[in-house]
Design a protein around this ligand. Structure first.
Ligand code: ATP
Length: 513
């Protein structure tokens, strides 16, 4: 897909989300609040379904994982211990002419990604020229243009990695200058110095000013799990290795919130901390990498649209870290992080709180602070990936077009729409009867307005996998028409069999077995 085309697709997805009640800009009657969004009737269903699916696959299907719902507000010392007060920073840089603010690391990452694109394009061009005789590997290893870009890329990657590791902000700026990165608004290369910016939001608790104290909105849900680790372990009687899962809001004062719901200042995370014996963390890190990739595939994402990306710079708490990236219309970007967090968090909480956070291992007769492997996926980013993956503008055989959301049936906001063919002759009553019977098992929708064709199109655009139409014959033969969203095939089926047939089709377990 060309860049322009993918930009258009992304704009279409955003408009579609608004038009069909998935996502609205927040407080729009006051002209909105930048990068804040509300989820409409179908969006809230889809988001809830993704969350539930994650919960089922992590908690219900794993005997060794239990859940938790910790508060957003936590004791301020939590964030000192976790390192967020001192180290949760992003490097920012301003363009002096446009006054536009950027994340310095993202500017560089984007420039490096462009070099990778250039290499891929050279290969594509050559493929077209040489056809079947083309040997891609040989071309990439020998073509002088490719080798030049590759060398540049490697040099800048290692400079960037070192600058991040050394926290050398002067060098970060120098890389921006050397790469000749220009502001997208002003086109100028007139940059300020790079500065660090803490991403935590703070607020005050307490009604009387003198007694008020500063607390933070949590920037990640993980710390609620760490501080509760021993209580959860004791009360759930779990032995190591075991995990604690949690879903909840997190807040980050992102320098540049952008790309719709991809990066917002308020978002939801689905996190799981897996507590393991020290020394076994790499084994578990591998395990969770595989499991989580399998989960993303089960959302219907094609293999070529997912990839692992090893971190260039490890966060202050990690000894290994990888992202799972999804191919959004704006390129491959992180959707989930998998981190081996060592004993960093528990140890620091132990120190700062003065409370022991050790586990007595009955198998080795030892007490120790466990190591942690974390899986942390953004609910909103997963939502966006599901939407981008599902959105299709199809040309049909009869020359007409339709917009369809091929959302996996188990996640769709509505699973079955029930339509009486006409608004009379007892058809609405029969349709209502079927609706009332099926609503106990499925997410349902009822509509009698407009032509059947229009009603089908509307459900296609909402991602509803099945529509049931009740016609005059239904009253005598107890059969209805079941229409499939993706194939648009229609079959006659008896009312009695509806539940069984649809149950099979919306089964959430298939992708995980
Ligand atoms: P990024 O590099 O994109 O800022 P991160 O590496 O800081 O992300 P983590 O701290 O690993 O992100 O958080 C885990 C997950 O939480 C991310 O993979 C992403 O899905 C989600 N997430 C993080 N920040 C945001 C945000 N500002 N808006 C929406 N989702 C977010």
């Amino acid at each position: 897909m060309s860049k322009d085309n993918s930009t258009n697709v992304f704009q279409e997805v955003i408009s579609h989300c608004k038009e069909y009640g998935f996502i609205f800009p927040s407080s729009e009657i006051y002209d909105g609040l930048g990068a804040v969004y509300d989820y409409g009737p179908y969006g809230v269903e889809l988001k809830k379904n993704i969350q539930e699916y994650w919960w089922k696959s992590m908690v219900q299907l794993n005997e060794s994982i239990v859940g938790l719902d910790a508060a957003i507000f936590m004791h301020p010392k939590t964030w000192k211990a976790s390192g967020h007060v001192d180290a949760f920073m992003d490097p920012l840089i301003d363009n002096k002419d446009s006054k536009k603010r950027y994340r310095a690391d993202v500017l560089i990452e984007d420039a490096l990604a462009k070099m990778e694109d250039k290499i891929a394009k050279e290969a594509e061009k050559a493929q077209k020229k040489f056809g079947d005789a083309f040997d891609r590997e040989k071309f990439l290893a020998t073509n002088p243009n490719v080798l030049r870009v590759k060398e540049k890329l490697t040099t800048y990657e290692s400079r960037f990695k070192k600058a991040l590791e050394d926290n050398d902000l002067t060098e970060v700026k120098q890389i921006i200058i050397d790469l000749e990165i220009a502001c997208e608004l002003s086109g100028s290369k007139n940059w300020t110095d790079v500065r660090q910016f803490n991403l935590m939001f703070s607020t005050e608790v307490g009604s009387v000013a003198e007694e008020a104290s500063t607390i933070y909105l949590r920037p990640e849900t993980a710390q609620g799990i760490f501080v509760n680790f021993l209580q959860v372990q004791r009360t759930s009687r779990k032995k190591i290795p075991f995990g604690i899962a949690q879903v909840g809001k997190a807040f980050r004062n992102e320098i540049v919130a952008r790309q719709f719901i991809f990066r917002t200042r308020e978002f939801e995370q689905m996190e799981m901390q897996f507590f393991v014996r020290p020394g076994s963390e790499m084994e578990w890190y591998q395990h969770w990498k595989e499991q989580r990739m399998k989960w993303h595939r089960s959302l219907g994402f094609a293999e070529e649209n997912l990839k692992f990306f090893d971190h260039l710079k490890l966060a202050h708490y990690a000894n290994a870290a990888v992202d799972i990236q999804f191919n959004f219309p704006f390129g491959f970007k992180e959707i989930e992080g998998i981190h081996s967090r060592t004993d960093f968090d528990l140890k620091n909480h132990q120190e700062l709180s003065g409370k022991k956070l050790q586990y007595f291992d009955p198998e080795t007769n030892e007490s120790y602070v466990p190591y942690v492997v974390e899986t942390s996926v953004g609910l909103n980013r997963t939502f966006l990936a599901v939407m981008c993956n599902a959105y299709k503008n199809e040309k049909l055989e009869d020359g007409s077009e339709r917009v369809v959301l091929s959302i996996p049936a188990f996640l769709s906001p509505i699973q079955i729409a029930v339509f009486p063919l006409v608004k009379k002759d007892g058809l609405p009553e029969k349709a209502q009867e079927i609706y009332d019977e099926l609503k106990w098992d499925f997410r349902m929708f009822y509509e009698e307005k407009d032509s059947i064709g229009k009603r089908y199109r509307r459900q296609d655009a909402l991602g509803t996998p099945y529509c049931i139409t009740i016609d005059h014959d239904t009253l005598t033969d107890n059969m209805v028409t079941l229409r499939d969203r993706d194939t648009m095939q229609q079959e006659r089926i008896s009312i009695e069999r509806l539940k069984e047939v649809v149950t099979q089709k919306v089964d959430w377990k298939k992708g995980l077995r």
